[in-house]
Ligand binder design. Structure first.
Ligand code: TYD
Ligand code: MG
Length: 454
């Protein structure tokens, strides 16, 4: 018999290579390839066109039942999920270690259990005692959650088959699970995939809402949850800076709803608190205007959130390569804005270090923030504060034009409600409020003129 060919699987993206390489050829991550069990090769003559069972085809217009959602009672969690848990669905909850995934899920599990539903929480990372201690700290000890510490998927599924089927099942985390039918250590791509497959099948067959926790880590030894994204119905990401209090729960994929709503939480001494009105959270609340700081009216689903953007420019004396460091925004987009400011507006950043920070651990991905970032940069460069109580919005094109953005009116109205009295942005943004004075900026150069001449 021919020796099975060795294969190497990237632990970040799951692509297979027959040779070990330092860098994955597909996702370009470094040191993520590890040896995996050889793939089973079936004979090419194997004919699949007979011997199977008939598959039912139905028409698209056939009235199907809409999935009934089960609210967890944790309103921000339900909101991010698009209304609640769907029975027979699988949710992948990704996030950095220590961000609060276990805390969030224990709180959600307790809420569902208190409603009288059967809930099981399986921890592969912590002993039952540890989870109980956390529950005590969160004041949840009285909730009838069934708790187990286990890592064998066979043990877990056997036990679940012998008890009342849970409505809600949490597996914390999928990287600690292992299946004895698959080779390899827990956390490798084949184990993670295989275990998830078995658990998801159990959930679909039994109408269980399943949450799989998956740590996102740069460390190539643990399979990234990306290899699971196509297998689950919902991918959630729990984000935030560990040093900050605020956490944002975001759906990256949702087969049952929209992905534009977020849930906002604050990590407190006794667990995660829901933040119902997040619009002012990410502002520093200072009265004195400061050079290099601007406010951007972000939209999170249907809720506007005002976010402070801070820029710092440090002139370098020597010819050393200047640093550009960004927290909470895209590196490439900052480079693009700096290039546009240089080539279209004649500003020079080439001998200066540029630091950009989005306050409060918030992560911005909306291109509508371009103008606010540019305003912070220009203000920092000129060392002149922007007008007090002003908000900035608009996308900046490579040609240096300020482009319209979605929901301009709603954003401005919300800013006005929160005491902002000036708005700046593209010419055709509808002014949503009479109290807010709107300044039209067609070109990025108009912004530069404004700030420099103030
Ligand atoms: P945890 O839920 O264990 O994170 P994850 O499961 O994502 O790895 O929570 C991690 C941190 O949260 C922990 O370092 C301490 C903090 N924390 C609080 O601040 N308050 C609390 O009530 C709890 C339970 C945790
Ligand atoms: Mg945890």
């Amino acid at each position: 018999m021919a020796k099975p060919k060795k294969r190497y699987v990237c632990q970040a993206c799951g692509s297979v290579s027959h040779r070990w390489q330092g860098q994955c050829a597909d996702c370009a991550e470094w040191n993520t390839l590890t040896e995996d069990a050889p793939a089973t090769v079936f004979s090419m003559k194997h004919d699949l066109s007979s011997g199977g069972r008939a598959v039912d085809f139905v028409d698209l217009d056939k009235p199907g039942e809409m999935p009934l959602r089960q609210r967890t009672g944790l309103a921000e969690f339900d909101r991010a999920l698009g209304g609640g848990l769907v029975p027979g669905s699988a949710i992948l909850m990704g996030g950095d270690p220590g961000i609060g995934k276990s805390t969030l899920l224990l709180q959600a599990a307790a809420k569902v259990a208190r409603e009288g539903h059967s809930v099981a929480y399986v921890s592969g990372e912590e002993a039952s005692g540890q989870v109980r201690m956390r529950a005590a700290r969160l004041g949840l000890c009285d909730a009838p959650v069934k708790l187990a510490a286990a890592t064998s998927v066979r043990d877990i599924l056997t036990t679940l088959g012998q008890m009342e089927t849970p409505k809600f099942l949490v597996i914390d985390s999928i990287q600690t699970m292992h299946s004895d039918t698959i080779e390899g250590a827990p956390g490798t791509v084949s184990q993670v995939r295989g275990c998830a497959f078995e658990l998801i099948r159990y959930a679909k067959e039994n109408g269980v809402a399943l949450v799989l926790v998956g740590h996102v880590t740069k460390d190539g030894n643990i399979a990234g949850p990306r290899v699971l994204e196509h297998m689950v119905d919902v991918v959630m990401s729990f984000e935030g800076e560990r040093s900050h209090q605020y956490r944002i729960l975001r759906a990256l994929k949702n087969r049952f709803g929209a992905v534009d709503e977020i849930g906002v939480f604050a990590m407190a001494g006794d667990g995660l608190e829901e933040v119902e009105n997040p619009s002012m959270l990410f502002l520093s609340g200072r009265d004195q205007p400061l050079a290099g700081s601007s406010v951007f009216p972000a939209m999170e689903g249907t809720r506007p959130v005002l976010v402070e953007i801070q820029a710092l420019i440090v002139r370098l004396q020597s010819g050393a390569t200047p640093r550009r460091a960004v927290v909470g925004w895209d590196n490439g987009r900052l480079a693009m804005l700096l290039a546009v400011l240089e080539s279209r507006c004649g500003l020079s950043f080439s001998s200066a270090e540029v630091y950009l920070n989005v306050a409060g651990g918030y992560r911005l991905s909306d291109p509508a923030a371009d103008l606010a970032v540019a305003a912070a940069l220009v203000s920092a460069l000129a060392d002149k504060p922007l007008p007090q109580r002003s908000v900035w919005l608009g996308e900046v094109s490579l040609a240096g034009e300020v482009r319209p953005v979605a929901h301009g009116g709603v954003r401005l109205r919300e800013a006005a409600k929160l005491g902002f009295d000036r708005g700046f942005g593209p010419p055709d943004a509808k002014n949503g409020s009479a109290e807010l004075q709107y300044g039209e900026l067609g070109q990025l150069a108009n912004l530069v003129d404004r700030v420099m001449s103030s």
